[in-house]
Design a protein around this ligand. Structure first.
Ligand SMILES: NC(=O)c1ccc[n+]([C@@H]2O[C@H](COP(=O)([O-])OP(=O)(O)OC[C@H]3O[C@@H](n4cnc5c(N)ncnc54)[C@H](OP(=O)(O)O)[C@@H]3O)[C@@H](O)[C@H]2O)c1
Length: 194
Protein backbone atom coordinates (compact mmCIF):
# COMPACT_ATOMS: atom_id res chain seq x y z
CA UNK A 1 0.00 0.00 0.00
CA UNK A 2 1.40 3.42 -0.95
CA UNK A 3 1.27 6.53 1.17
CA UNK A 4 -1.06 9.53 1.21
CA UNK A 5 0.89 12.75 0.88
CA UNK A 6 0.23 16.44 0.38
CA UNK A 7 2.32 18.31 -2.17
CA UNK A 8 2.34 22.03 -2.87
CA UNK A 9 4.44 25.16 -3.37
CA UNK A 10 4.09 27.52 -0.41
CA UNK A 11 5.42 31.04 0.33
CA UNK A 12 7.36 31.66 3.53
CA UNK A 13 4.30 33.45 4.96
CA UNK A 14 2.11 30.42 4.30
CA UNK A 15 0.18 31.17 1.09
CA UNK A 16 -0.38 28.81 -1.84
CA UNK A 17 -1.80 31.46 -4.18
CA UNK A 18 -2.48 35.17 -4.35
CA UNK A 19 -5.90 36.80 -3.81
CA UNK A 20 -6.99 36.02 -7.39
CA UNK A 21 -5.68 32.43 -7.17
CA UNK A 22 -2.56 33.42 -9.07
CA UNK A 23 0.53 31.21 -8.66
CA UNK A 24 2.96 32.80 -11.10
CA UNK A 25 5.37 34.19 -8.49
CA UNK A 26 5.17 30.98 -6.45
CA UNK A 27 5.96 28.87 -9.52
CA UNK A 28 9.06 30.80 -10.69
CA UNK A 29 11.28 27.98 -9.40
CA UNK A 30 9.75 25.66 -12.01
CA UNK A 31 11.47 27.79 -14.69
CA UNK A 32 14.77 28.71 -13.04
CA UNK A 33 17.09 25.80 -13.82
CA UNK A 34 18.74 23.90 -16.65
CA UNK A 35 17.05 20.50 -16.51
CA UNK A 36 14.04 20.26 -18.79
CA UNK A 37 11.00 18.25 -17.76
CA UNK A 38 8.30 18.05 -20.44
CA UNK A 39 4.74 18.11 -19.08
CA UNK A 40 1.94 17.00 -21.45
CA UNK A 41 -0.35 19.96 -22.18
CA UNK A 42 1.80 22.48 -20.21
CA UNK A 43 4.97 24.48 -20.77
CA UNK A 44 8.16 22.43 -20.32
CA UNK A 45 9.62 22.89 -16.83
CA UNK A 46 13.26 23.97 -16.42
CA UNK A 47 14.47 23.19 -12.92
CA UNK A 48 17.74 22.50 -11.10
CA UNK A 49 19.16 18.96 -11.04
CA UNK A 50 18.12 18.59 -7.38
CA UNK A 51 14.52 19.64 -8.10
CA UNK A 52 14.36 17.47 -11.23
CA UNK A 53 15.23 14.36 -9.21
CA UNK A 54 12.43 15.11 -6.76
CA UNK A 55 9.84 15.84 -9.47
CA UNK A 56 10.72 12.74 -11.48
CA UNK A 57 10.65 10.55 -8.38
CA UNK A 58 7.16 11.88 -7.52
CA UNK A 59 5.89 11.21 -11.04
CA UNK A 60 7.18 7.61 -10.84
CA UNK A 61 5.49 6.88 -7.50
CA UNK A 62 2.22 8.80 -7.98
CA UNK A 63 -0.79 6.53 -8.49
CA UNK A 64 -3.78 8.85 -7.97
CA UNK A 65 -4.55 12.39 -6.84
CA UNK A 66 -7.31 14.00 -4.78
CA UNK A 67 -8.19 17.62 -5.41
CA UNK A 68 -11.02 20.07 -4.83
CA UNK A 69 -13.50 21.54 -7.26
CA UNK A 70 -11.94 25.00 -7.21
CA UNK A 71 -8.55 23.72 -8.28
CA UNK A 72 -10.18 21.58 -10.95
CA UNK A 73 -12.05 24.62 -12.30
CA UNK A 74 -9.06 27.01 -12.06
CA UNK A 75 -6.87 24.49 -13.93
CA UNK A 76 -9.66 24.05 -16.51
CA UNK A 77 -9.48 20.33 -15.88
CA UNK A 78 -5.83 20.40 -17.04
CA UNK A 79 -7.24 20.07 -20.56
CA UNK A 80 -8.19 16.50 -19.68
CA UNK A 81 -4.63 15.56 -18.60
CA UNK A 82 -4.39 15.93 -14.81
CA UNK A 83 -0.87 15.78 -13.29
CA UNK A 84 -1.72 12.31 -11.93
CA UNK A 85 -4.50 9.98 -13.07
CA UNK A 86 -7.00 9.01 -11.91
CA UNK A 87 -7.89 12.36 -10.36
CA UNK A 88 -10.57 12.33 -7.66
CA UNK A 89 -12.38 15.68 -7.39
CA UNK A 90 -14.33 16.54 -4.24
CA UNK A 91 -17.43 18.53 -5.15
CA UNK A 92 -21.06 19.13 -4.23
CA UNK A 93 -22.14 19.20 -7.88
CA UNK A 94 -20.79 16.94 -10.61
CA UNK A 95 -20.06 18.74 -13.91
CA UNK A 96 -21.54 17.21 -17.06
CA UNK A 97 -18.51 17.50 -19.29
CA UNK A 98 -15.97 15.21 -17.55
CA UNK A 99 -18.14 12.62 -15.80
CA UNK A 100 -18.05 9.96 -18.49
CA UNK A 101 -16.51 6.55 -19.01
CA UNK A 102 -12.81 6.80 -19.85
CA UNK A 103 -12.52 10.19 -18.15
CA UNK A 104 -9.43 10.59 -15.91
CA UNK A 105 -11.71 12.31 -13.36
CA UNK A 106 -13.87 10.74 -10.66
CA UNK A 107 -16.18 13.18 -8.88
CA UNK A 108 -16.75 12.44 -5.21
CA UNK A 109 -19.72 13.97 -3.40
CA UNK A 110 -19.71 11.91 -0.21
CA UNK A 111 -16.76 13.22 1.74
CA UNK A 112 -13.02 13.10 2.31
CA UNK A 113 -12.88 9.52 3.67
CA UNK A 114 -14.57 8.23 0.54
CA UNK A 115 -12.35 10.30 -1.77
CA UNK A 116 -9.11 9.12 -0.15
CA UNK A 117 -10.40 5.54 0.13
CA UNK A 118 -11.26 5.39 -3.57
CA UNK A 119 -7.95 7.00 -4.52
CA UNK A 120 -5.96 4.51 -2.41
CA UNK A 121 -7.78 1.62 -4.02
CA UNK A 122 -7.04 3.02 -7.49
CA UNK A 123 -3.37 3.73 -6.65
CA UNK A 124 -2.66 0.23 -5.32
CA UNK A 125 1.02 0.11 -4.32
CA UNK A 126 1.59 3.67 -5.52
CA UNK A 127 1.04 6.94 -3.66
CA UNK A 128 -2.00 9.21 -3.41
CA UNK A 129 -1.28 12.92 -3.79
CA UNK A 130 -3.46 15.55 -2.13
CA UNK A 131 -3.32 18.78 -4.10
CA UNK A 132 -5.19 21.59 -2.31
CA UNK A 133 -5.27 23.25 1.13
CA UNK A 134 -8.99 22.54 1.60
CA UNK A 135 -8.53 18.85 0.91
CA UNK A 136 -5.35 18.65 2.99
CA UNK A 137 -7.01 20.17 6.04
CA UNK A 138 -10.00 17.83 5.83
CA UNK A 139 -7.67 14.88 5.42
CA UNK A 140 -5.52 15.97 8.38
CA UNK A 141 -8.65 16.50 10.50
CA UNK A 142 -9.65 12.92 9.58
CA UNK A 143 -6.08 11.65 10.25
CA UNK A 144 -5.66 10.35 6.70
CA UNK A 145 -2.32 11.96 5.79
CA UNK A 146 1.05 10.15 6.00
CA UNK A 147 3.39 12.85 4.70
CA UNK A 148 3.46 16.58 3.92
CA UNK A 149 5.76 17.71 1.10
CA UNK A 150 6.24 21.45 0.84
CA UNK A 151 8.23 23.31 -1.79
CA UNK A 152 9.03 26.44 0.21
CA UNK A 153 9.79 29.46 -1.96
CA UNK A 154 11.65 32.57 -0.77
CA UNK A 155 8.67 34.88 -1.12
CA UNK A 156 6.28 36.78 1.15
CA UNK A 157 2.92 37.10 -0.58
CA UNK A 158 1.18 39.05 2.18
CA UNK A 159 -2.31 37.93 1.21
CA UNK A 160 -4.08 35.26 -0.75
CA UNK A 161 -5.09 31.62 -0.21
CA UNK A 162 -3.67 30.27 3.04
CA UNK A 163 -2.29 26.76 3.40
CA UNK A 164 -3.75 26.37 6.88
CA UNK A 165 -6.87 28.15 8.12
CA UNK A 166 -9.32 25.35 8.92
CA UNK A 167 -7.32 22.85 10.98
CA UNK A 168 -9.15 21.40 13.97
CA UNK A 169 -6.52 18.88 15.08
CA UNK A 170 -4.73 18.62 18.38
CA UNK A 171 -1.04 19.64 18.26
CA UNK A 172 0.64 17.00 16.10
CA UNK A 173 4.35 16.29 15.71
CA UNK A 174 5.95 16.09 12.30
CA UNK A 175 9.17 14.19 11.68
CA UNK A 176 11.61 15.75 9.22
CA UNK A 177 12.30 13.22 6.46
CA UNK A 178 14.19 15.35 3.96
CA UNK A 179 15.41 18.90 3.34
CA UNK A 180 16.80 19.65 -0.11
CA UNK A 181 17.90 23.20 -0.94
CA UNK A 182 17.64 23.89 -4.66
CA UNK A 183 17.50 26.85 -7.04
CA UNK A 184 14.64 29.14 -5.96
CA UNK A 185 13.07 26.57 -3.63
CA UNK A 186 13.68 24.39 -0.58
CA UNK A 187 12.08 20.95 -0.78
CA UNK A 188 10.76 19.92 2.64
CA UNK A 189 9.32 16.54 3.48
CA UNK A 190 7.65 15.66 6.79
CA UNK A 191 6.05 12.52 8.15
CA UNK A 192 2.90 12.99 10.23
CA UNK A 193 3.60 11.24 13.52
CA UNK A 194 0.64 9.03 14.48
N1 LIG B 1 0.89 26.62 -4.71
C1 LIG B 1 0.58 25.52 -5.37
O1 LIG B 1 1.41 24.59 -5.55
C2 LIG B 1 -0.80 25.37 -5.92
C3 LIG B 1 -1.11 24.30 -6.78
C4 LIG B 1 -2.41 24.15 -7.21
C5 LIG B 1 -3.40 25.03 -6.79
N2 LIG B 1 -3.09 26.06 -5.97
C6 LIG B 1 -4.12 26.98 -5.48
O2 LIG B 1 -4.94 26.28 -4.56
C7 LIG B 1 -6.22 26.95 -4.50
C8 LIG B 1 -7.33 25.91 -4.62
O3 LIG B 1 -7.42 25.18 -3.42
P1 LIG B 1 -8.59 25.48 -2.36
O4 LIG B 1 -8.22 24.73 -1.13
O5 LIG B 1 -8.85 26.93 -2.26
O6 LIG B 1 -9.87 24.87 -3.05
P2 LIG B 1 -10.17 23.37 -3.60
O7 LIG B 1 -9.83 22.36 -2.58
O8 LIG B 1 -9.59 23.22 -4.96
O9 LIG B 1 -11.74 23.44 -3.80
C9 LIG B 1 -12.62 23.65 -2.73
C10 LIG B 1 -13.99 23.22 -3.21
O10 LIG B 1 -14.02 21.81 -3.41
C11 LIG B 1 -15.29 21.29 -3.06
N3 LIG B 1 -15.12 20.45 -1.87
C12 LIG B 1 -14.06 20.43 -1.01
N4 LIG B 1 -14.25 19.51 -0.04
C13 LIG B 1 -15.46 18.95 -0.29
C14 LIG B 1 -16.22 17.94 0.36
N5 LIG B 1 -15.77 17.31 1.45
N6 LIG B 1 -17.41 17.60 -0.16
C15 LIG B 1 -17.87 18.19 -1.29
N7 LIG B 1 -17.20 19.17 -1.94
C16 LIG B 1 -16.01 19.53 -1.45
C17 LIG B 1 -16.16 22.50 -2.74
O11 LIG B 1 -16.64 22.97 -4.00
P3 LIG B 1 -18.18 22.91 -4.49
O12 LIG B 1 -19.03 23.11 -3.28
O13 LIG B 1 -18.25 24.03 -5.48
O14 LIG B 1 -18.38 21.61 -5.15
C18 LIG B 1 -15.13 23.49 -2.23
O15 LIG B 1 -15.54 24.83 -2.29
C19 LIG B 1 -6.23 27.94 -5.64
O16 LIG B 1 -5.95 29.23 -5.13
C20 LIG B 1 -5.08 27.47 -6.53
O17 LIG B 1 -4.51 28.52 -7.29
C21 LIG B 1 -1.82 26.24 -5.53
Amino acid sequence: MGKVFFYMTVSVDGFVAGPADEVDRLFRWYFSGETEIPIPGSPTLRVSKESAEILLDASRTGGAMVTGRRNFDIAQAWGGKPPTSPCFVLTHSVPDDWAHEGSPFVFVTDGIERAIGQAKEAAGDKDVEIGTPTVLQQALNARLVDEIHIDLVPLLLGRGVRLFDQLTIEPTDLEIIRIVPATGVTHLRYRVVA
